[in-house]
Write a protein that binds this ligand. Sequence first.
Ligand SMILES: [Zn+2]
Length: 185
Amino acid sequence: MSIPASSPAEQSARPDHPTATESVTDRLVEANQRYAAEFHDPGMGAAPVLRVAVVACMDARIDLHKALGLQLGDCHTIRNAGGVVTDDTIRSLTISQRALGTRSIVLIHHTNCGMQTITEDFRGELEAEVGQRPTWSVEAFTDVDQDVRQSMARVRTSPFLAHTDDVRGFVFDVHTGLLREITNK
Ligand SMILES: [Zn+2]
């Protein structure tokens, strides 16, 4: 059930990797202080300027704003393991559309996703280890294109969403940075 990660040796080779005396969260808080020192309140409202919600995998290699040319305030970003459309994704999309005015939905999976390295057995393994079976589905997949289609279908058939005419799905290539659009079969 483990997902391959870089070894501690590889990580410590990074010059910006936290030292033993400083936690990664300390580093983030320090970075925030520098950010806030330069920050100017743009005075914008909470409704996304481009009226779009992006659902994407939480993968660390995807810089959504840079990859899509997005600016602060442009969109809602909803991220989880796989970029899958779960009940909680639908919850966020429903609030995004009905309370904050978004109209378009972009779904982004990617190549070399960790969700392709595990299976639904993950739940059983968890149960064996901790004595409790999770209520949630793992949402693992093998065919990324098909999982994007599944996600589009879940969005388009949701009774809670008011706008499902502009729903498009893509696979992001972590090596080239390019999106490949997935069409319905
Ligand atoms: Zn992923």
